[in-house]
Design a protein around this ligand. Sequence first.
Ligand code: ARG
Length: 458
Amino acid sequence: MKVLRKAFKQQLSDVVTEFVASAKADQAIVEADINGSLAHVEMLKKSGLVTPAQAENLQTGLNALKEKYLKGLFILDAQYEDVHMNVESKLAELIGADAKLLHTARSRNDQVALDMRLFILDKTADIEALIADLQNALIQTGVQNIDVVMPGYTHLQRAQPLLFAHVMHSYVEVFNRDKGRFGDSNKRTSVSPLGAGALVGSGLAIMPEVTAAALDFDHLFGNSIDAVSDRDFIAEFLFAASLTSVHLSQLAETLIIWCTKEFGFIQFPDDLTTTSSLMPQKKNPDPMELVRGKTGAIVGELVNVLITLKGLPVGYNRDLQETKPGAIKVSDELAACLKVMTLAIKGLKVMSVNTLEAASDPELFATDLVEYLVTKGVAFRAAHDAVACVVQYARDNYTPLSQLPISDYKKYAAEFDDTVYKVFDAVNSVNSKTSHGGTATQQVSDALKRALLDLAVF
Ligand code: ARG
């Protein structure tokens, strides 16, 4: 039995029925759809478009349906195309003729826009909380390892010593921006489109502001055409999700490198690693690889929505249906990635002996040598040149910088004296970086404290 076919002589073929249906994706927005309908009925009652008794009947039926859905007992049928027609037909089974009143002054066009806004607002709140959990883990792991010194990298080449906790805090900052982006896009998502009808509003005495308030929206749509065709909020959600996912991927990649034998900076516990079906010794960071690997599909959904929107003429177009599955999938995948990353950050063990040894590579102090000369009055560029020559000389003579005699140093700058050997201490090097946002222990420890306070406010 096909729906909405009274004006047609032919039924839809099974192939086309299946093709136009969005029942599969809509399974995720049933609760949003029913909540929207409950508010709509309240508005219809206030506007006098249904009687209080009819409203009660409708609401009882809708609540029963919601309960069924939450128990996993309401599975949408593609014969009814989408969630909206599924709900309406099921409601008719439950409460009889009053179900025909539900769609008064409403179109599936404003309804689906409403459902997706409610869905995204709900998922965004979950994701923001999961980002905060991850930030909390980064802070705790940083605090627990506040003394751990490791090499910092640029171009994946050893650069200068820094604190492991400084790296953890750098990701706290990254995820602050991500949380902020979800918050920003929320402002434009929290706009109720209900009351826009198919695209021109309604000739009936409706009160869209009542539904907007009942559903806790911050704003009401300003133009009925825009209300039904705007999917910017989905694109913005997907952009915020994509960038978060890119950041998770970068963090995953960092951890994957750190847990190699070659680096040996961290170890993952057994419950965060998988093994090989062939090589019994293997302990692989598959969860991290999958966080990295899922990013492509997440970014792909953003591109999908942008390209879907690109070709659309003014008004509602069915193409918009294709913006739903990606948003639904991404909200699930991103939440899963965030949960796994939080477990990884909480579970990793820092191999502080290895990190200190790597951070004590004498070449990592070349910049400290430059600053040493600068504090003795040498101009920066001259100091840089002098140290570069010392570095080259040490390499040519297969001698670590820290073991070159002072006479060799003096060949390149007279300002060098015996105190130069004090420079080759990773902890001192780190603690000398007291400039704003630098890696000195006090700076990092204060930054982590502030970050924890910010989280408590969030
Ligand atoms: N299922 C559609 C969607 O997801 C909503 C239905 C609008 N259909 C229509 N023929 N106006 O966008």
